[in-house]
Design a protein. Structure first.
Length: 372
């Protein structure tokens, strides 16, 4: 595939930071901004709770499909091509959300966003791990820089979406999607200077196979993490709004999640450097759960802000820890496939929970209606 030529970047850190724009677009904006826009979409389009949740499920299913095909795609077209094409797919999905009210087309857009995000994430994670190898002493920090990408996207969408919704009023969700699509389109060309491909590491037949049994407990833990995080990222902004939080409060909460995520490579640098056994991942999952539970302690702005910071810092560090785990335990030619496998475990968890939550919500509302 031919891409526009661009000047090479000067350092591994620069290259990885540019690659981080892919998850900034695919995850920080394409996936998570839905939580900011969802309340207005649900009200304006007269969606039931099950319809609103279905959009989450189809996005998670797209993420799973993207992860399933990522290893084969990267073998055929290369790591950077996966990053580039996945990011373009996410930009297209954002644009589709801005120009239609058709439920089927919106569902397709969310499916495309999930698939594109997974493809660019797996390709970018493997490419970032390869670039980080050039400086072994700094590899944990360099790899962590890639995972500041979602934080950038979360902060940008948090600074934009609540204020647009407040300024333009009910029914302005499509304006938010249009602005986010334009922002993502403007950021995408900045990926090109990071275009690089490591020398092809062709494995002999069967050499890149991943033994699942030795990592079964690790994969199960990541599956549970995927199942648990989705409720917080989807509904906490609605909780803040329903608790009386205005646009400034919603923006502050969302940006605190992003700020915590942005700081995570430095906060957890030492822990990520010791990620070969999976203990680092387990510790970070526990801290993520602790952050998600803090609103149960108190509902004041202090507790909500602390929750956002702790959750944000640990959540994306967990994802970085899984890539570190792969880098420590598998040869480079197996990295795309291994990252794809852990991403599949994660996406199965969030897909199943999204679906179960829809079923439970629909059942509870049906029961309530029958009683009335």
């Amino acid at each position: 595939m031919t891409l526009v030529a661009a000047a090479p970047v000067r350092s591994p850190a620069h290259a990885i930071l540019l690659l981080a724009l892919a998850p900034a677009i695919g995850l920080g904006i394409g996936r998570f901004a839905y939580s900011l826009v969802l309340p207005d979409m649900r009200d304006s389009l007269h969606w039931s709770y099950s319809a609103a949740g279905f959009m989450n499920t189809v996005n998670a299913a797209g993420y799973m499909l993207g992860a399933l095909g990522a290893a084969r795609f990267t073998r055929r077209f290369g790591l950077f091509s996966a990053v580039w094409i996945g990011t373009i797919a996410c930009v297209v999905s954002l644009a589709l959300c801005a120009i239609t009210t058709n439920f089927t087309l919106l569902a397709f857009a969310r499916l495309l966003a999930g698939g594109g995000a997974a493809l660019s994430f797996v390709g970018g994670g493997a490419l970032g791990a390869t670039i980080a190898q050039s400086q072994p002493a700094q590899s944990a920090l360099l790899l962590g820089l890639f995972y500041t990408g979602p934080a950038i996207g979360i902060i940008l969408s948090g600074l934009i979406s609540p204020f647009l919704l407040q300024h333009f009023g009910p029914g302005s969700w499509w304006i938010v999607w249009a602005v986010l699509a334009a922002l993502a389109a403007a950021l995408t060309p900045a990926l090109l200077p990071a275009r690089t491909e490591p020398p092809p590491l062709r494995a002999m037949k069967g050499e890149d196979r991943i033994a699942l049994m030795p990592t079964a407990i690790y994969l199960f833990g990541y599956f549970c993490f995927g199942a648990g995080y989705i409720a917080y990222m989807t509904f906490m902004i609605a909780y803040v709004r329903d608790s009386g939080g205005d646009a400034a409060a919603q923006s502050a909460f969302w940006c605190l999640i992003g700020a915590g995520a942005f700081a995570s490579p430095w906060v957890w640098r030492g822990l990520l450097a010791r990620g070969a056994s999976g203990v680092s991942t387990a510790i970070l999952i526990f801290i993520t759960a602790l952050g998600a539970a803090l609103p149960l302690v108190g509902h004041s702005p202090f507790w909500l802000g602390l929750s956002a910071l702790v959750f944000g810092s640990a959540f994306f560090a967990v994802v970085a820890a899984t890539t570190a785990f792969v880098r420590f335990n598998y040869p480079p030619q197996s990295w795309p496939k291994a990252i794809g496998i852990v991403t599949i475990a994660f996406s199965i968890g969030q897909t199943l929970v999204s679906r179960l939550r829809i079923t439970a919500t629909f059942a509870s509302h049906s029961h309530g209606n029958s009683e009335t």
